[in-house]
Design a binder for this molecule. Structure first.
Ligand SMILES: *[C@@H]1O[C@H](CO)[C@@H](O)[C@H](O)[C@H]1NC(C)=O
Ligand SMILES: [Fe+2]
Ligand SMILES: [Fe+2]
Length: 286
């Protein structure tokens, strides 16, 4: 069953795409015009777009940059995600751990030889753990965007949600480049704080050996204005442009494997435990 209702004009669906392995009709994912989950989604974005500022992002980087919150294995973290439903997601209303296995299994079918890519599918949303540790959802989930420069029109709900963000009135931050230089590189930019950046940092801190492309997918998978909207190219360097196709390749599976046909997690665990042990073994510092 597709959780989205047909909008008054289906062609207005926010980002129609090429769904294959799904039970939602074409063009029905990431519909921000209509749908029964829309009020909850809009409310989350309004809070996010009001409060994600340069100061806030710096505070969050310091707060979560201690890695003293807990020690936990990847598998323990995945199990913990069972308690979380993402309030920014217009497509699904079931616990996030299923989404982890659905994404990984989708990647496994198309890329059976890339175990690290499958692992990326499995772990990409684990940063949402911050919500279980008390962070509000607007600081954890949803699309990400750069702070410190003008908020571009490619950001979802751009027109109606940024009016109360103090950075829009700060002349240091509200120009095309803001505090950045042309083609300075995405890794040198302050992104709105959320689960992408946190998980990337956790994996780096713990010396996980996922290849660079994989870490890149994790770090920027929610940066839809860039990988889907084609925006912010004026801040990208050559490395970012090279990595863009990997982020797009990942996104297919993140989106189009969403289905209420839930996988048998217990059956899949041994296969994925083996890959976890290869790239990110033991207890990690979070
Ligand atoms: C990661 O590797 C660095 C350099 O080898 C080492 O100093 C650090 O302790 C390692 N971190 C963890 C969490 O194992
Ligand atoms: Fe995500
Ligand atoms: Fe995801």
């Amino acid at each position: 069953v597709c959780l989205l209702l047909q909008g008054p004009d289906p062609s207005e669906a926010y980002r129609p795409g090429n769904e294959e392995e799904t039970n939602c009709p074409k063009g029905q994912f990431r519909n921000y015009q209509s749908g029964q989950l829309l009020d909850r989604v809009y409310t989350t974005y309004k809070l996010m777009h009001t409060q994600q500022t340069v100061d806030f992002v710096k505070k969050q980087q310091a707060k979560w940059g201690t890695y003293l919150h807990t020690e936990m294995s990847i598998m323990e973290a995945l199990d913990a995600l069972d308690q979380l439903v993402d309030e920014s997601d217009p497509d699904v209303d079931f616990p996030n751990s299923f989404h982890a296995y659905q994404t990984a299994e989708g990647i496994r079918k198309v890329h059976p030889d890339k175990d690290w890519f499958q692992l990326v599918g499995l772990v990409h949303d684990i940063g949402k753990m911050m919500a279980l540790w008390g962070e509000p959802q607007w600081a954890v989930v949803g699309d990400t965007f750069p702070v410190g420069c003008k908020f571009q029109n490619s950001i979802v709900f751009r027109d109606s949600t940024f009016d109360d963000n103090p950075d829009t009135k700060d002349s240091r931050y509200n120009t095309e480049y803001g505090i950045y230089g042309p083609h300075c590189g995405l890794s040198n930019i302050l992104m709105s704080w959320g689960h992408d950046e946190y998980m990337y940092r956790v994996l780096k801190f713990n010396n996980c050996s996922i290849p660079e492309e994989g870490l890149y997918m994790i770090r920027f998978h929610s940066f839809y204005p860039w990988h889907n909207g084609g925006d912010y190219m004026h801040l990208c360097n050559e490395k970012d442009k090279e990595m863009l196709h990997w982020v797009k390749e990942f996104n297919k599976f993140d989106l189009y494997t969403k289905s209420t046909d839930l996988p048998d997690v217990e059956e899949l665990k041994p296969y994925y435990q083996f890959i976890i042990d290869k790239y990110c073994p033991g207890k990690l510092h979070w």
